[in-house]
Each structure stands twice: as structure tokens, then as C-alpha cells.
Design a binder for this molecule. Sequence first.
Ligand code: PLP
Length: 341
Amino acid sequence: MLFRILRAAAVPAVLLAVAGPARAQGSLNLYCSVQVEWCQAAANSFGRETGIRVAVSQKGSGEVLAQIRAEAQNPRGDLWYGGTGDPHLQAAEENLSAEYRPAALDQLHDWAQKQARDSRYRTVGIYAGALGMAFNPELLARRNIAAPACWRDLLDARFRNEIQMANPQSSGTAYVMIATIVQIMGEDPAFEYLKALHRNINAYPRSGTGPIKSVARGETAVSVSFVHDAVTERLGGFPVSSALPCEGTGYEVGSMSIIRGARNLRNAQRFYDWALTPAAQQLGAETKQFQTPSNRTTPVPPEAPQMSQIRLIDYDFAKYGASAERRRLIERWDREVNALP
Ligand code: PLP
């Protein structure tokens, strides 16, 4: 176990211009892959402290990676904040992000420092969260269906058309799920599993937070989601519970990267240092996001799922964040699973 110490349908990209205090200190273009409330709180708080005008564009992890790649010759974003760690590692390997050693590096948990080392200091861990299954207990009770406890339960005929997971081409969450199943079962059995699961899936929304919002609204009974997202929905008053799969589960090291060729490089570096401070990391919990923060001195919110109590696999981030491997697995999923009727 690595953690002894112990994060709608398609979410549209939004643009939020956040005004800072009167003294002009330039601007920062933030590509943000956490939930929009947290993106906005981070932009507001950093803008207030520094006078830097922050423009936020919120998109899923896979979508931001595609955008940064498309803009590589003429970067429009400065910093990519949040989202699952694998695509940040892929960006590092593809030379789309810039090396930076933040001041607080040695205050971070080992898993967050490892993310920096694995990328040759082109990304860093900002939070961690375990993957699991979320469900709407009221809907399940009405349909007289028992809740899932294991990954293999999701194949059961009782869940026909009752499950949502996001599309791994746009969602980092969905890719963590595929990489997790591959690591637990081996690749070919994992793809047999994903094909069988396809029969029970009613939609593959673009964003990783889409499926759990559908669970909360009672539009689908079950989703593949980060378990901290279930806490958020519950606190929002929705009937959402979660289960940690009996076979063990994978997790994300949510990350942050400076975009290579950033026009506002100095401001991006300031944000990078700021985002690793306990005060900045507490904004997650303040906006009801309950990932485990990466700075050892940031208080872990009591509502956060206890990573040390979860049966986590030894997720091989270097292998599954490698560009060729991530691309290959997503293409295989698209060809063999998504193309099925
Ligand atoms: N929202 C939350 C709360 C997360 O923990 C994460 C993963 O870092 C994401 C969104 C990323 O979303 P997506 O799966 O669309 O890349």
C-alpha cells in the first residue's frame, strides 16, 4: 500500500474572468480540470492575493491534453490545474509542459513528489483520490436491486442499462478505471470485462463528473466515479452512496503542470508555488471537494475518504501515464468497446 498517511452529462467549457485588485500585475490563463466551483475559488483567491487577472477554462483532463497538444505551436494557456495524473505525465513526455521545481516540493507526500520525479519535474501531485462505484440507494431500492460491492458485480444483468462511466478519450477518471481494471485482471481479460460492461452502460458522458451527477439526479442508478465525488453529492443533499470494489481499486494523483511556451510564465510559476500551500489546498474542502491534499501540512478534511483504509492497487503511474501506453489503451477501448452496438 502506498498510502500510509494518509477527489452532468458533458460539462461545457466555461470561461470566467476574475478581476483582481486595482494594481495590475498581468494575467494568467488557467486550464482547469477540477470542478468548476474549485477552479473559480482558486482563481478568485489567487487573483485577490496577487493582483493577477486569472481567466479560467474548465475542461476534463483528456480534453485539456488534446487542447494543449493542438496549441503547442502557439500556446494560449499558461497553467493546467488539476485533473488526473496520467495525462499530465503524458504531456510531460510529449514536451508540452515546462520544468519547474516548486518551493514546497519537500513538504509534499511521497506520492506527490514521485509524480514530479516521474515527469522530470514537469508536473506535481496536488491531491489524491480513490476510484470506486457510486450509486443512488433510493433508485436501487425502488427497483429492488442490490448495490454493487465488487467490479465484477457491474457485469450482472440486474444492472442492464443502469450504469454510466465517462468516455476515456475526454475523461481522466475513465482512463484511471481502464488502467485499474487492466492492472487487476491483465489486459485481455480486462477488455473482455469492459466489453461485457458495455451491455450495462447507458451513456459515456464526456466529463468524469457527469456520471455521478446523473446518479444524484436519479437518471442512472450506478456510476464509476472517484469516491470523494460521492461525498460532495451527499453534502449537496442528493441520495448518493459509494462502494470501494472488493478486488481493490486504483487512484489518481491529481496534478498541475506549467504549459511549455506559457506567455505568462512568471505568473504561472507564482500560481504553482501558491497552489501547493496549505491555504490554497484548503480551498478544495471549502468548495466541497474532498480529495486528499498533497502538502503534508494541509489538514485532511474529515469528510475525505481515508486513503490509508482503502485497498489500493500499486498503480503503476509511470507505465500507465506513458504516452504510447495511454494512447494505445484508449484506442483499443474505442475500437473494441465503444464501437459495439
Ligand atoms: N472532478 C474531480 C472532483 C476530480 O477528482 C477529477 C480528477 O482529477 C476530475 C474532475 C477530472 O475530471 P475528468 O474525468 O473529466 O478528467
